[in-house]
Each structure stands twice: as C-alpha cells, then as structure tokens.
Write a protein that binds this ligand. Structure first.
Ligand code: ATP
Length: 517
C-alpha cells in the first residue's frame, strides 16, 4: 500500500477521495493511519450511522444532543442512548464532520450517491473551502465513481491493487483463521513455488475477493494444496467476469499449435525475453504490443494465446464492447479500472479483442457524445505512458473502422497482417488439428488436401476435420482422406463469400503491415 495516503492525511487535506472496490483494504489503511498518528477516527455509512473508535478499540455509535445551541455529541454507550439523535443521515454526519471535533479523521463510506443533493454538495464545498485550517480530514471512500463536481473538490487517492506481499499475507491469515476456528484438522501442502503461483493467480483481485476465494478453496477439503490452483483460477475468472470487462483466459494453445504465421512467430520468439533484466541491461526497450489485423478465423485470437504460452505469462482479455453495454455512464472509469487491474497483474499479456468495435466511432463524428473518443484517448495515453511489463495483443478484422492514430508508428511495436494460410500452412494446420484429435497426420494426403482447400482459413480447416469425423463416425468407420475431401468440397469458405472485402483488406494491408506468414 502506498504510504502517500498517510502524507495526505498528515498535511491535513480537508477532502480526500478514494474510489475502489476494495473497501475493506482502504478502511484498514485509514484505521492504521489514524492509529499511527494518534488521531481520533469517526466512520460513517448509511447503515451503521456515525461511529467513533474508542480508546479501548471498540466502536461506539454516536448521537447528537438535542436542544443545544451548538452541536454537541454523545457516545451512545449503554444508558445514554435515549438522550440524543443517532447520526445516520448523511447530512447530519457531514454537519458533525464540519463543525465538530477538530483534528479528527472522518471516513465516509459511499457518500457519493448522496452528494447529488444540493445541501450535501454545498456542505462538501464548505468543507473544502475551510482548507487546512480545521485540521481535520474528511475521506470519501466510494465503490462507485463520485460525481465529477464532487471529485473536483477532493484530492483523489489511487489505492492501486494489493501487492504480492499483501496477497501472501491474505493467504496466510485466511489459512490461520480457518485453522484456528475449524473443528476439523486443516493442512497446507504448498511449496514456495506453489505459493508464488497462488499469489500470481490472485493478483488483480481485491483483498476481500482474494480472501473469499482462498477460504472457499480451503473449505472444499480442509487443505490448501497445489491442486487448488486451477480451482482458484476459475473462481477468479468468475470474479473478474462479474466485476468488469477483464477476463482471465485459459491457455490451451502453444506456438507449435499454430500452422503458418512464421514471420509473426519468429518475431515473438525473438522478444520472448524482452521483459528480462538482461534485456534491459543490454539497452533494449521493453516490448509493448502488436496489432494483428486480418481475415476472420485466420488465427489472430490463437496468436494471443500462443504468445502467453510461449512467454509464460498469464493472458487477460479485455472486451471493450462490454464497457459500453454493461456500464452505461461509467465506461471510462471502468476502462481505467481494468487497465489498473492489468497493471496489478503484470507481467501479463493483455489481449484487446476486436479493438475496432470498441473504438470505431472514435474515428468518425460519433453519436455517443464523444464517449468512444474519450475512451480511445484513455487507452492510447495509457499505452504510451504505462511502465508495467504488459504486452498488448490487439486484434482487428476491419481496419477501415480504426482511427488512424492507432496505426501511428510507435503505438505498437508492429502491425501484422494475418492473411489466409498459404498451401504449406494449410497442410500444417490440417496436420495440427488431426493430431489434436488423436489422428496420425501421416495417414492423410495432406499435400492434396491442402491444394483442395484453397481459400480456407484456419477455423474452416478445423471445422472440415470435425465435419469429416462426424461423417466417418456415422458410417461407423475411421476417418479417411475421402471424408475430408468431401467435407472440403461441401464448404464455401468465407473468403469466397466475401471475396471483395478480402481483396480490399489485402490491398490496404500490403504497404502498411508486415505479413504474419
Ligand atoms: P475471429 O476474427 O473470427 O475471432 P481469429 O482470426 O481470431 O478469428 P481464431 O479465433 O484464432 O481466429 O481461430 C479460430 C480457430 O481456428 C482457432 O481456435 C484454431 O483452432 C483454428 N485456427 C485458425 N488459424 C489457425 C492456424 N493458423 N493454425 C492452427 N489453427 C488455426
């Protein structure tokens, strides 16, 4: 956790804002800072009202005393409760924070939605205007973005995501807690390497999400063991899927599973150690990313998986389309959060799928009030400025929709064009997919099959194998050349159906992109 929150508090900034999903972690940090600085701490939320942390370390609800000229408070300890009005309303809580005890830290949880109210907005402005004179801090801790006009009054503090050390601590604490409290024997069989992997898997989650996932893995059989790693990865995928537009992708392809695309593969292999200290010491710039442009089904997505496998880095898929559909009104802040999350999980391969769909209207006069333009700007400046070991693999099918800024030199290390596979690549792709289905490629006439599949993309070649296997299965025999030839003859490849579009794309790419094959 960065220590600068403490500095902000120490320098008595009147209004500090923290936007995060990780309320628990932020709360812990504020409490720690209050204790370290020996400053009184008051916390407010709509459900618990305003509470004060007593010297004994217990939380006491507080109430306003009625009938007094000036505002005065009592702690609602036993027996006193009838004397005052509990401070539950946001407006009362703010009144307390503005008028009462000086030198105090006030933590407001989810005040943002109330800040649309004119009175509350005014009170926050007053608090900001009082400046450092009051010696108190109001900290606004919100899970949703604050209204811009309120945020402007505050000093925003970026929490970032839990570090590897913090996550290791979460794992150990969760384990110890369950061990202490469970009636069954609880064990752990993780080596140092397993622990590092577990921490890596949990990166990009909030503290409480990590805790929940680890706890449920332990509760399955009261052990924490290496076999829990895939379970934890699955749980994380679910959390990320529910939380935003990032998805952890399972890597089920290697470089050797890609037929053709030799240029691209060689380029990637050359940069495999690009993030290493050795490369830095040598004076090499870190790889930033590639744009793969091409015919649908030619293997662009497959490449994203293969880079992750080859470079031994986790793969995250950013679906910018989701940003628009799921988070109307919050798209920009969600995109920023997703990028921050990717940073927290670095080193990582960030796959931006169908980039043109998300930012298409950024190139034209858009009907979305400039949203896609702003989102696109956010992504571009992040790509330029971030210093994390993150390699972007952006894929696109329709270049005409892409804003020209994206293609400018220096944005991506290289822009590759993924064309339809050549005859040799088709033979290789057929061979790969036969082998993946436990067939012996040498038993087939790959050369002739490759010739017969002119114009097919990788996905269609794979489908032809699946179709041929079904026919053979129905006949009750093993799949043979004839099944494959029949299947190929039946298929009208996309490139034939979209002949003109393919030609146009090729023409466009010829002088602008490097051929992937
Ligand atoms: P789209 O733009 O439609 O998403 P794409 O170019 O990303 O398509 P992929 O999703 O990577 O294409 O390809 C679909 C499937 O086709 C892959 O999962 C893979 O099984 C097969 N495939 C495509 N190209 C190749 C290739 N070069 N080598 C091996 N398999 C391939």
């Amino acid at each position: 956790m960065p220590s600068s929150l403490k500095l902000l508090v120490q320098s008595r900034h009147p209004l500090i804002s923290i936007e995060t999903r990780d309320e628990e972690r932020a709360t812990q940090e504020v409490r720690k800072i209050a204790a370290e600085l020996s400053r009184p701490l008051y916390e407010w939320s709509m459900t618990s009202g305003m509470r004060h942390l007593s010297e004994k370390g217990t939380w006491l609800p507080i109430a306003m005393l009625a009938g007094h000229q000036t505002l005065s408070l009592i702690t609602q300890a036993a027996g006193l409760s009838e004397a005052g009005t509990p401070v539950t309303k946001a407006v009362d809580a703010l009144k307390v924070a503005i008028e009462l005890p000086q030198s105090t830290i006030y933590l407001f949880k989810d005040l943002g939605p109330h800040a649309k109210d004119a009175q509350i907005h005014r009170m926050l402005r007053d608090a900001a205007a009082l400046g450092e004179r009051r010696q108190s801090n109001i900290i606004l801790l919100d899970s949703l973005p604050l209204p811009t006009e309120v945020k402007r009054l505050t000093i925003p503090f970026e929490m970032g995501w839990p570090t590897a050390e913090e996550l290791e601590e979460v794992i150990k604490q969760t384990y110890s807690k369950i061990r202490r409290e469970s009636m069954y024997e609880v064990t752990a069989t993780l080596t140092r390497r397993d622990m590092d992997q577990l921490v890596q898997t949990l990166r990009g989650l909030t503290r409480s999400e990590a805790e929940r996932i680890v706890a449920s893995a332990i509760y399955r059989d009261y052990t924490l063991k290496p076999a829990d790693l895939p379970v934890i990865l699955e749980a994380k995928k679910a959390v990320l899927g529910a939380a935003g537009c990032l998805e952890s992708v399972a890597i089920d392809f290697t470089m050797d599973d890609i037929g053709g695309l030799d240029n691209l593969k060689a380029w990637l292999r050359q940069r495999r150690d690009g993030f290493s200290k050795r490369a830095r010491d040598y004076g090499l710039p870190t790889p930033r990313g590639i744009l793969l442009l091409g015919i649908p089904g030619a293997g662009k997505s497959l490449c994203a998986k293969a880079v992750a496998a080859d470079w031994k880095m986790p793969l995250l898929r950013l679906d910018p389309g989701v940003l628009y559909q799921k988070y109307i009104g919050e798209s920009e802040s969600q995109l920023r959060q997703a990028l921050a999350q990717a940073e927290a999980m670095a080193p990582v391969i960030l796959w931006v799928d169908e980039i043109e769909k998300a930012f298409a209207s950024a190139s034209a006069a858009s009907a979305d009030g400039g949203l896609s333009k702003r989102m696109f700007g956010t992504l571009l400046s992040w790509m330029q400025d971030h210093r994390h070991p993150i390699f972007i693999v952006a894929t696109a099918n329709d270049i005409s929709a892409l804003p020209p800024e994206l293609m400018r030199k220096g944005r991506f290390d290289e822009v590759f064009f993924v064309d339809l596979p050549s005859v040799d690549s088709r033979a290789r792709i057929l061979s790969i997919h036969l082998e993946r289905r436990n067939r012996i490629p040498a038993a087939f006439d790959l050369e002739q099959l490759a010739i017969a599949s002119e114009g097919f993309n990788g996905a269609e070649l794979e489908q032809a194998i699946v179709g041929a296997m079904y026919s053979a299965f129905q006949e009750g025999c093993e799949v043979e050349n004839r099944h494959l030839f029949e299947e190929l003859a039946k298929t009208r490849p996309l490139a034939v159906l979209m002949h003109e579009k393919v030609l146009e794309l090729r023409e466009w790419a010829v002088n602008r992109c490097v051929s992937a094959d």
